[in-house]
Design a protein around this ligand. Structure first.
Ligand code: NDP
Length: 245
């Protein structure tokens, strides 16, 4: 399905990003597995892809750093000549009530979740526009759609990603490039495992389907958006949240 396609997935050493990388590779894409701190697990993702006959490479980059991102994309384009599928998945939380939220925690979350996606799209935009095809998939969140008490920084970053998605979709539509956002609900990963039992219980009560989602359920939607079946879909925010939104 994705034979001859090159995919770049940010934050792909763990969690949802890892599942997306494995899924795109299983469907034939060559995958650049970006990581920031988790070298060992990113290397394992690459090994798993290669053991299954696929192509992948782990590349370190702190995507919140504009200059480092520019260098990263320059090297990727020098080696692979193109990127067909960009998945902006890397994300962090630093939860607190607004009254107690530090400036550092606000900036850190915005810099990673929103500016990180800007950095990737900006540095790849010339290449995407030249090749007149491509898929950009931004991993937003139900928190960006509905808001969430205790997550003002995170919700702002994820709502910002939706604005970024819709604007870039309009800019790139005439060149055949699709830009969409995926808004997962409560997915079982390190990010949500860190929540207190009380927080998990109250979150579970908000899910009409009565259960948390898994990484495969997000990756399957990303696979659809990465493939040709979604060629006429752009500027959309698609929830994968058990009915939460
Ligand atoms: P995890 O905490 O399990 O993983 C986060 C990933 O982001 C890691 O691979 C990490 O890389 C990467 N990352 C963080 N900062 C940077 C950075 N500066 N540069 C490059 N990579 C970075 O989170 P999830 O898998 O749960 O989340 C993935 C995405 O899905 C996030 O954007 C999150 O906001 C979103 N999401 C998750 C939900 C959930 O319920 N889990 C719900 C809705 C959205 P490394 O370890 O190498 O530092």
């Amino acid at each position: 399905m994705l034979k001859d396609k090159v995919a770049l997935v940010t934050g792909a050493g763990r969690g949802i990003g890892k599942e997306i990388a494995l899924t795109l590779a299983k469907n034939g894409a060559t995958v650049i597995v970006n990581y920031n701190g988790s070298k060992e697990s990113a290397d394992k993702v690459v090994e798993e892809i290669q053991a299954n006959g696929g192509n992948a490479e782990a590349v370190q980059c702190n995507i919140s750093d504009y200059k480092a991102s520019e260098e990263f994309i320059k090297n990727v384009l020098a080696k692979y000549k193109k990127v067909d599928i960009l998945v902006n998945n890397a994300g962090v939380t630093r939860d607190n009530l607004i009254m107690r939220m530090s400036e550092e925690d606000y900036d850190m979350v915005l810099d990673t979740n929103l500016k990180g996606a800007f950095n990737m799209i900006k540095h790849l935009s010339r290449s995407f526009l030249k090749q007149k095809s491509g898929k950009i998939i931004n991993i937003s969140s139900v928190s960006g759609v509905l808001g969430n008490a205790g997550q003002a920084n995170y919700s702002a970053s994820k709502a910002g990603l939706i604005g970024l998605t819709k604007s870039v979709a309009r800019e790139m539509a005439s060149r055949g490039i699709c830009v969409n956002a995926v808004a997962p609900g409560f997915i079982d990963t390190d990010m949500t495992r860190a929540l207190s039992d009380d927080a998990k219980e109250s979150l579970n009560k908000m899910i009409p389907m009565g259960r948390t989602g898994n990484t495969k359920e997000v990756a399957d939607l990303v696979l659809f958006l990465a493939g040709s079946g979604s060629d006429y879909i752009t500027g959309q925010v698609i929830g994968v949240d058990g009915g939460m939104s």
